[in-house]
Ligand binder design. Structure first.
Ligand SMILES: Cc1cc2nc3c(=O)[nH]c(=O)nc-3n(C[C@H](O)[C@H](O)[C@H](O)COP(=O)(O)OP(=O)(O)OC[C@H]3O[C@@H](n4cnc5c(N)ncnc54)[C@H](O)[C@@H]3O)c2cc1C
Length: 500
């Protein structure tokens, strides 16, 4: 590894230089490392990860039942086959990522317990200076790099989002956010309230219901879920025929993506029919007498928020068995014994779990500056949801919500590797996205159209995110099916890229 160590004149810190620095070693950071190794051999790089190990989301979240809500054929990388059931536990995903690291000798490139605190660009040197702190020793470290690849995810890993309800402190039992699950929490035979209706609540409830006395899902409003067998028929058939796993992976990905595309289009073109499909699958588990209208019928068009897949309908089976139940109501306040609802009913509990989401964190809590001037990403316009006007040599991985995040990890990586090669071939030291003359009168809009996609954490944090324009170049359109063709065709000589 071409590591250039220098002694900085103003501080005792050593400075190491890498062609590329990657922030984070979650599924995006490990994917970036793989693609750099395979598509840009000889490029020096390091991934700096705040946590003790790789995995990101799958290391942070340790609550009972933690699993993916989309299939692993597409949440897995395109280059490494997923060979078991499509919905996977965090442990299985971590095993898969560990294999990617081992098989491609990526471990020497990853440094754990390294939290990046600042990233400062100097146009005089055409370099980012990245400061990090070692969380185990407190040591302050400095890196310089030509290119900063942000794979820090979209939410703050250190704490989840819990709304402030009245009298929370009065409740006698523990109030737990799933992002900080206590290892020793004993919920056997206890009455548990899980506040929330998203993927986390839907995962936790069946997992806890087996041992808890009773689990109540308390939601303000319902969410759509998809359900079915935790298996992909075409993969099973191909496996029976002893087809090579690499082929099975590719064919299964295509089939899943084809079906998802059809369903997504249906949610836009025939929302009522799509809604009916989703609700009748729930009814098949809960029966005609269950009040699906109140508890599982959202008042928005399907796909305006993420739709989690419920493998084998386990959430609904928990409800059907009586071990779990759903209450759709609003919280008035906490009480000693539980929660008083706006309807006047009191729900009693021994444990309350707040599955209420994340704190959006657009920049990994890194202090950014360009030539001494603090950078606020909200003042920039995004180039295809991965680069930003006025910000040189930086790419950010923000995946898909309606398709697996990792599909975009691979696509963005292909783009970055192509860009780095182009810069090497042309001798360019920097590339900065800039609005072209024809873009100057373009309306600047929030990062995502709330009519299109509007989960709570996005709405709470929209003001922190870069702006979007009204042309494909200047937005993250959340459309994998368009981007899979558009990304490889991006013209690196387009005027949106200003080289220096
Ligand atoms: C419980 C849960 C289930 C999910 N299931 C799915 C699913 O099934 N399908 C899907 O498509 N999406 C899913 N998602 C969304 C999911 O977060 C992403 O798909 C994906 O895991 C994000 O990967 P990432 O590597 O980009 O970010 P993350 O997993 O968030 O990892 C980012 C890493 O960067 C590190 N980091 C952040 N800031 C710094 C810093 N300043 N310095 C150093 N390191 C830093 C973090 O410690 C972390 O390890 C799920 C999310 C959650 C919370």
């Amino acid at each position: 590894m071409n590591v250039q160590a220098q002694i900085d004149s103003t501080s005792p810190r050593t400075t190491e230089h890498f062609d590329v620095v990657i922030a984070g070693a979650g599924i995006s950071g490990v994917g970036a490392a793989y693609h750099l190794t395979t598509q840009c051999p000889g490029t020096t790089f390091v991934a700096l990860e705040a946590q003790k190990t790789f995995g990101g989301t799958w290391t942070t979240h340790r609550y009972p039942g933690i699993r993916s809500d989309s299939d692993l054929h597409t949440f897995g990388y395109r280059f490494k086959p997923w060979t078991t059931a499509p919905i996977a536990s965090a442990a299985e995903i971590l095993k898969y990522m560990g294999e990617v690291i081992e098989e491609n000798d990526l471990a020497p490139h990853i440094r754990y317990q390294h939290t990046i605190t600042s990233a400062k660009w100097s146009s005089a040197e055409n370099l980012w200076t990245i400061e990090a702190i070692r969380t185990d020793t407190g040591e302050e470290l400095r890196f310089t790099t030509n290119f900063f690849w942000m794979c820090q995810g979209y939410y703050r890993h250190t704490e989840g989002y819990t709304p402030e309800w009245k009298d929370m402190a009065k409740f006698k039992g523990p109030v737990i956010h799933p992002q900080k699950w206590p290892e020793d929490l004993d919920y056997r035979n206890k009455r548990v309230i899980v506040i929330g209706s998203g993927a986390t609540a839907a995962t936790l409830i069946p997992a806890m219901a087996a041992d808890a006395g009773h689990v109540t899902m308390l939601q303000r409003s319902p969410t759509y879920f998809r359900t079915g067998r935790n298996a992909i028929e075409i993969a099973e058939e191909l496996r029976k025929l002893q087809v090579d796993e690499a082929w099975i992976h590719e064919i299964t990905r295509r089939k899943i993506l084809f079906d998802q595309d059809a369903f997504t289009r249906k949610t836009f073109n025939e929302p009522e029919a799509a809604k009916k499909d989703l609700l009748s699958a729930v009814e098949a588990y809960l029966g005609k007498d269950y009040d699906i209208a109140t508890h599982f019928t959202p008042n928005y068009r399907p796909w305006r928020q993420r739709i989690a897949f419920i493998p084998d309908g386990d959430l609904f089976q928990g409800i059907k068995s009586g071990k779990a139940s759903v209450v759709t109501d609003e919280i008035d306040r906490f009480t000693e014994k539980g929660i008083l609802l706006k309807s006047g009913k009191e729900l009693e509990a021994d444990i309350i779990v707040t599955a209420t989401g994340f704190n959006l964190c657009a920049n990994g809590d890194i202090e950014f500056a360009i030539d001494g001037k603090p950078l606020d990403f909200a003042d920039t316009v995004t180039y295809r949801g991965m680069m930003f006007t006025g910000v040189p040599n930086l790419v950010w991985v923000f995946g898909y919500f309606r398709a697996s995040w990792t599909l975009r990890v691979d696509l963005v990586a292909d783009f970055v590797c192509r860009l780095l090669q182009h810069m090497k071939a042309t001798g360019a030291k920097k590339v900065t996205p800039e609005l072209r003359p024809e873009d100057h009168n373009m309306p600047l809009l929030p990062w995502i159209d709330p009519e299109n996609f509007n989960p709570g954490y996005m709405m709470r944090g929209m003001h922190l995110l870069p702006k979007r324009g009204d042309k494909p170049e200047w937005q993250h359109n959340q459309d994998y099916w368009a981007e899979k063709d558009e990304f490889p065709a991006i013209d690196l000589k387009d005027k949106a890229f200003v080289y220096g």
